[in-house]
Design a protein around this ligand. Structure first.
Ligand SMILES: [Zn+2]
Length: 353
């Protein structure tokens, strides 16, 4: 090969490498991994998925206002960390402001291809300003949001490892009761029925190969019990997003112990969620190996929360840097890692078989 040919080959190889280069730790179409970012929105929820096919899905969007705090945190993770310019899917678990607070604002800054929710009610008894806010959401979605009912799947492209996202509760309805008997039915001490939209939350079960992840929005106690009584149609899961920021009107041990997660992530705030009763329930989960929290609960002693190395943010809201928790599921779905922020210690777990 003469000098000119050699320079040409070298040059082409360099261009190919540069084009293919992505920031370290970012999932993309070629590596086959699934990334889940639990974005810190100070006691709301905003969970971003980047699939092996490169599709993006955001479940919930944090609080509005606060100088665009949550909006900017979501955009930062989406654009700067995950390297995406748009959202393929944006879903709402239920109609409380800490969950759909930024859907309209996001739509004014980026393209959102598909909106998903439990249906948009005309009004909400607990929020007199709901009709006004819902009008903004409807406008942002151009009145084309799709209603999720139990059994519905949000369509995501699968690669060699099958990927599925299925609705298991919505608008108070639950999956048909099938599966094995739930040995924790006796743990249920019913609470007064919850008249708020929390009880109507959309819960989603994600499967990626054998890996399984459950997120239930702010689903409350009696509907949790209804889902897994007397049989458990969910089965066991690997990763569980602790429900309703870790509040004790959710996280019924009848559900939490039945799904027996190995790892949990709690999207709590400095003074919201992370109740001691929920921690007690998590401590009783047989297979639990690690419990992550987005925040240290500043009102509780260290003994009543997870150890500091599993807490993403320790300071109160004004000083909070909004560090996320990230789960990455291997391309074959057989193992996964969880870490705090981009540089946190990488904790590795095996998917249950
Ligand atoms: Zn909430």
């Amino acid at each position: 090969m003469n000098l000119l040919a050699r320079s040409l080959v070298f040059g082409l190889a360099f261009v190919a490498l540069s084009l293919g280069r992505i920031p370290a730790g970012m999932a993309d179409e070629k590596d086959g991994r699934l990334d889940i970012y639990f974005i810190d929105v100070e006691g709301g929820a905003a969970t971003l998925f980047i699939t092996p096919a490169g599709e993006s899905l955001l479940i919930d969007s944090g609080y509005p206002d606060n100088g665009g705090r949550d909006l900017n945190r979501i955009l930062k993770v989406l654009r700067d960390v995950a390297g995406r310019k748009h959202l393929d899917h944006a879903s709402v678990s239920h109609w409380h402001l800490d969950h759909y607070g930024n859907h309209a604002a996001l739509a004014s800054q980026i393209t959102i291809n598909n909106f998903w929710d439990r249906g948009v009610p005309e009004k909400l008894s607990e929020d007199p300003s709901f009709p006004e806010r819902a009008a903004k959401y409807r406008a942002a979605s151009q009145n084309k949001s799709k209603t999720l009912k139990v059994g519905d799947k949000i369509p995501l492209k699968s690669g060699t490892t099958p990927l599925e996202l299925k609705t298991v509760t919505a608008s108070g309805e639950v999956l048909p009761n099938s599966g094995e008997n739930n040995p924790f039915v006796g743990e249920n001490k019913p609470q007064p029925d919850d008249p708020t939209d929390n009880a109507q939350s959309v819960s989603l079960l994600l499967s990626f190969g054998k890996f399984r992840f459950l997120t239930c929005g702010d689903l409350t106690w009696n509907v949790e019990a209804k889902l897994v009584t007397p049989k458990n149609p969910i089965g066991k899961v690997d990763l569980f997003m602790v429900t309703h920021h870790g509040l004790n009107v959710s996280n019924n041990p009848t559900l939490v112990r039945a799904i027996d997660p190995r790892v949990t992530v709690m999207c709590n705030g400095p003074e919201k969620g992370g109740n001691p009763e929920t921690l007690q329930t998590l401590r009783q989960v047989k297979s639990l190996q690690a419990q992550f929290q987005l925040h240290r609960n500043v009102k509780l002693p260290d003994s009543e929360q997870t150890p500091a190395e599993f807490i993403a943010n320790s300071s109160d809201t004004p000083d909070c840097k909004g560090v996320y928790v990230k789960a990455t599921i291997a391309a074959d779905g057989k193992s996964y890692t969880v870490q705090i922020g981009p540089d946190g210690k990488v904790h590795k777990f095996e998917t249950r078989s």
